[in-house]
Design a protein around this ligand. Structure first.
Ligand SMILES: NC(=O)c1ccc[n+]([C@@H]2O[C@H](COP(=O)([O-])OP(=O)(O)OC[C@H]3O[C@@H](n4cnc5c(N)ncnc54)[C@H](O)[C@@H]3O)[C@@H](O)[C@H]2O)c1
Length: 351
């Protein structure tokens, strides 16, 4: 399957990924090679990785899985371990895991000794089609998502859909939400394929999503304009995710589950403010609710979520800016939303 070319690196899939990894490591003469895993990828993914990796690993670093560990304290432990293990500027860090691990591993590598090489090997659907692509690395600040970080590109991203065999269904669907987003913001035919008949874990679908994200990032690597369209559903979605993470009475939502709600809500705002047709809006809601359980929000929840919005990273000069859809496949950025529309959007979601 064809590789996807980014500015400074490539995303390779399956056999090409294996060849690219071994060739890169053989050519680069790294002083130390570190493998970063969590308890799940150590169990399910490390054996397959070691089978295909032809060089020696100097040390395996392990972090606990889960968003609650995507924190500067975990980074501190990793920097200390790298230092204790004589990591130097010519070391390589291979990140084998989901988005939490690739975001944090990328950040640790980008800052250790002012930056060492890293390779992302995403093992969840979400990290394959989204988190490991585009160079955003970082950690949360308390429950505020991704507040600390840098944009820095990996040496390469290697995608092996086989890893998905051990991923549970809820996690797999979390990645599906981002794939649906790719259709909504850029490609109506892809949205139709995904919602009507495609098996979304098919390598061809994974490659299509990677290509869409990559194309957007290539045109705007530092999110000055176009890249913002990737945030569709994320402005409200992130606030919902943070709120549920912080609130013991609420079911914790996975990233994809939260942005699935966000995309229905922001779809409603698109209908009100940018002329997205009612038919398209209902199609979006139906597409998501076919795979994601509806979440109950009471008035108190909605107030708290709207409070959290103001901390969102997409805010500039104190305004909350939204990415909205003009139609399925066409997104527009920097839209201000009158506050009175938010409760109506939640009411439409709950209908
Ligand atoms: N950098 C970006 O551009 C970007 C984009 C989207 C999301 N993200 C971030 O990605 C994170 C979410 O990533 P995620 O959804 O991959 O979650 P995750 O990294 O928490 O992984 C989900 C769970 O699956 C386990 N796991 C991973 N691979 C497995 C496998 N093959 N088999 C069995 N279990 C496996 C992990 O240990 C974890 O328990 C969030 O922190 C989000 O902010 C970043």
């Amino acid at each position: 399957m064809e590789s996807v070319k980014s500015q400074s690196y490539e995303v390779h899939i399956n056999e090409l990924a294996k060849a690219a990894l071994n060739q890169h490591v053989a050519q680069n003469k790294y002083s130390k090679i570190f493998l970063l895993v969590d308890e799940n990828t150590k169990l399910h993914c490390k054996p397959l990785f070691l089978d295909m990796f032809e060089s020696a690993i100097d040390a395996v670093l392990e972090i606990p899985s889960g968003e609650e560990h995507k924190h500067i304290h975990t980074c501190l432990q990793l920097w200390e371990q790298l230092s204790r293990l004589d990591g130097d500027r010519k070391s390589l860090l291979i990140n084998l895991g989901g988005g939490v691990l690739t975001d944090m591993g990328g950040f640790v590598a980008s800052t250790f000794k002012r930056g060492i090489d890293f390779i992302n090997i995403p093992t969840t659907l979400l990290s394959m089609v989204d988190a490991s692509i585009g160079g955003k690395t970082g950690v949360d600040l308390g429950s505020l998502k991704n507040q600390i970080g840098v944009i820095n590109q990996p040496q390469m991203v290697l995608v092996f859909p086989e890893f998905l065999k051990t991923l549970d269904e809820r996690q797999t669907k979390s990645g599906y939400a981002e794939m649906l987003k790719h259709g909504l913001i850029q490609d109506k035919a892809y949205w139709n394929d995904l919602t009507e008949n495609q098996n979304f874990t098919d390598p061809a679908c994974i490659q299509k999503s990677i290509a869409i994200k990559n194309e957007v990032v290539l045109q705007d690597p530092t999110e000055q304009g176009l890249r913002k369209i990737l945030n569709f559903g994320h402005t409200l979605g992130h606030a919902i995710e943070s709120y549920c993470l912080d609130n013991p009475n609420k079911r914790t939502l996975l990233h994809g589950e939260a942005i699935a709600v966000g995309m229905i809500l922001e779809g409603y705002l698109s209908h009100e403010l940018r002329g997205l047709s009612r038919l398209a809006l209902d199609d979006i809601k139906k597409g998501f609710l076919a795979h994601f359980d509806r979440v109950d929000f009471n008035e108190e929840d909605i107030d708290a979520i709207l409070q959290l919005l103001k901390y969102d990273k997409k805010n500039s000069h104190g305004n909350v800016n939204f990415v909205l859809l003009q139609a399925i496949g066409t997104a527009v950025t920097d839209i201000k939303v009158p506050e009175e529309l938010f409760p109506k959007a939640f009411a439409y979601y709950e209908e």
